[in-house]
Ligand binder design. Structure first.
Ligand SMILES: C[S@@+](CC[C@H](N)C(=O)[O-])C[C@H]1O[C@@H](n2cnc3c(N)ncnc32)[C@H](O)[C@@H]1O
Length: 248
C-alpha cells in the first residue's frame, strides 16, 4: 500500500458523474476529441493480441467500451461508484462484457503482473507531476514484464503556446485550470516513465483548442486536421499526448 496525502477525488466525481459524458464528450469539440482519442487508441492497441487488460480510472467507460467492442478481456476500475455504474450501463446496453472493480489506483486490488495491457486516459492530469510517479508505479506493478502501458497527459506546450486563446475561452466559459504542475512536458514525462522501467515506443497527440473552430464548421475537416496534428511533429500543440511503452 502507498501511504500518501494524495487528493481524494471521489466526492467530486460522485457529483460529476451524471454530467461527465455530456460535458467532456458532448458539443462540437467534445465529439471531435472523443473520435480522435478513440482512433488513436485503436491504432495503438491494434497490432497487439493482448490478454488481460486493465482500464484504470475508467470513469463512464470511454475506453472500456472501445476495448470491449474490439474483443479485449477488459477490467474497468474506478474509485467512484457512480462513474463505474454508468460504464456498466453503457456496455450492458450494447451487450458488451467487461469486469468492473471499485478501488483506488493507489492500491490496485490485483496481484503483481496480472495484466498484459494497462490503459489510463484523462486521469494523470488529476495529479501533480511528482504524484503521477506514485500512481504510475502502481499501474506498472500490475503489468506483466513485456506488457504494454498506454497513458495520456495534458500537454504543457499546448497550454503555453495557446495561452491567450485558452485564457479568453476560460474566461468566457468558466472552464479550465491554471497552467501548473498538472501539465506535462514530453521529455520530462518520457524520462519519468523510463525511470519506472517503461520503454517508450510510441507517442501521439490528441485534440487541441485550435481545432475548436474547425470542429464547429465541419467535423470531417477538423478530424483530418486533428489526425495530421496528432501523428506528426505538430503533436507538440495537441491538448493531450498519449504514450505507449513496454515494461522491461
Ligand atoms: C477525468 S475522469 C477520466 C475517465 C475516463 N478514463 C475517460 O477517459 O473519460 C477521471 C476518473 O478518475 C477517477 N479517479 C480519481 N481518483 C482515483 C483513484 N485514486 N483511483 C481510481 N480512480 C480514480 C474518477 O472517479 C474519474 O472517474
Amino acid at each position: 500500500m502507498i501511504n500518501s496525502p494524495l487528493q481524494d477525488w471521489r466526492p467530486f466525481y460522485e457529483k460529476e458523474a451524471k454530467r461527465y459524458d455530456h460535458s467532456r464528450y458532448g458539443g462540437c469539440y467534445g465529439r471531435l476529441f472523443r473520435k480522435l482519442h478513440h482512433e488513436t487508441l485503436v491504432y495503438l492497441v491494434r497490432p497487439h493480441a493482448f490478454g488481460r487488460t486493465l482500464d484504470v480510472a475508467a470513469g463512464t467507460g470511454h475506453v472500456t467500451f472501445l476495448l470491449a467492442s474490439m474483443g479485449f478481456d477488459v477490467t474497468a476500475l474506478d474509485l467512484t461508484e457512480a462513474m463505474i455504474r454508468l460504464a456498466q450501463k453503457k456496455l450492458h446496453e450494447q451487450n458488451l462484457h467487461a469486469n468492473y472493480s471499485i478501488g483506488s489506483v493507489l492500491e490496485l486490488p490485483f496481484s503483481d503482473e496480472s495484466f498484459n495491457l494497462v490503459v489510463s486516459t484523462r486521469f494523470l492530469h488529476l495529479w501533480p507531476y511528482e504524484q503521477q510517479k506514485i500512481v504510475l508505479s502502481e499501474m506498472t506493478r500490475v503489468l506483466v514484464t513485456g506488457g504494454m502501458l498506454i497513458v495520456d497527459f495534458d500537454n504543457w506546450w499546448h497550454k503555453s503556446l495557446l495561452s491567450l486563446p485558452i485564457f479568453i475561452y476560460q474566461k468566457l466559459t468558466g472552464k479550465g485550470r491554471k497552467v501548473g504542475e498538472y501539465y506535462n512536458r514530453f521529455r520530462q514525462t518520457i524520462l519519468m516513465l523510463e525511470s519506472l522501467g517503461i520503454r517508450i515506443n510510441d507517442i501521439h497527440g490528441v485534440g487541441g483548442y485550435h481545432l475548436f473552430l474547425p470542429a464547429i464548421f465541419s467535423q470531417a475537416l477538423a478530424r483530418t486536421l486533428g489526425r495530421i496534428n496528432g501523428s506528426t511533429s505538430l503533436r507538440v500543440i495537441s491538448e493531450q499526448f498519449i504514450l505507449k511503452g513496454q515494461k522491461r
